[in-house]
Design a protein around this ligand. Structure first.
Ligand code: ZN
Length: 255
């Protein structure tokens, strides 16, 4: 569940066989899909996908062109965990042309419910089916360690070359969550690690952050943000901040 299996070093670039579509869709094939629409309109598609589909997928939104490019190579379900391999070479190639990329992916409701199915079948003490579903929906708004790893990896890779303004976001049932790697806290990691070692080191930092999560507090903040239609800072340490917005109160800079 909510894992982006970023097979960071081993992905082979695909030949570009692009098609243009009207709506964002989960695309299980490695064929490239491009959708041209504003970020706000794309978020509506992502919200619909979160509710309708099972498989995860990932996209890069390019503010300069309003293009959404599918960067998931192959969406697949394996046991309890759905994952999507990312076309890292494609993201690198886009980054050479654009200084602002917004990396999006989805945590689908069906996947979340499937992950917690055994708890739904045997409700933990103090939960009703409804309150457990609320908990599951809120939990899906919390980025996984692989999500953080992906953002740290690209942050290091790109920041060394030029000034950039990239963002990393996930859409789930209740809203969107941004996980923001902080360059100031990653200087040592980025400067002292070779590109070959970067996936492993970024993974260590990703796991370090999720080990510092206080899940119950984060979920309470998400409930409050949804109820009050306001944003919530879910997490902060020296190299990562995580902020949640409900769909009713998306940030004005996601246009
Ligand atoms: Zn994720």
């Amino acid at each position: 569940m909510k894992k982006i299996a970023a097979a960071l070093a081993t992905i082979i670039a695909l030949s570009s066989c692009s098609t243009v579509s009207k709506h964002l869709a989960v695309n299980p094939s490695p064929q490239t899909e491009i959708v041209r629409k504003s970020e706000r309109e794309g978020i509506k598609d992502l919200h619909r996908l979160v509710e309708e589909v099972t498989l995860e997928d990932a996209w890069v939104y390019i503010p300069q062109t309003e293009d959404w490019e599918d960067i998931g190579l192959e969406a697949k379900a394996e046991g309890d965990i759905n994952s999507v391999e990312l076309d890292v070479d494609k993201v690198k190639s886009l980054a050479m042309h654009y200084s602002r990329l917004h990396s999006w992916h989805i945590h689908t409701q069906k996947d979340s419910l499937r992950f917690y199915q055994s708890f739904l079948d045997h409700l933990p003490q103090g939960y009703t089916t409804e309150t457990l579903r609320d908990f599951i929906n809120a939990d899906a708004a919390i980025p996984s360690s692989d999500d953080l790893t992906f953002s740290i990896y690209f942050s290091c890779l790109f920041d060394q070359t030029k000034k950039r303004d990239d963002r990393y976001l996930v859409a789930s049932q209740y809203g969107v969550t941004e996980f923001k790697p902080l360059s100031s806290g990653l200087i040592f990691l980025c400067q002292s690690t070779s590109e070959d070692d970067l996936p492993t080191q970024a993974n260590i930092f990703g796991r370090l952050a999720t080990h510092q999560y206080h899940q119950k507090k984060m979920i309470k903040k998400i409930y409050a943000a949804v109820a009050n239609e306001t944003s919530a800072q879910l997490f902060e340490n020296s190299f990562m901040t995580i902020t949640f917005w409900p769909y009713a109160a998306l940030p004005s800079d996601l246009k």
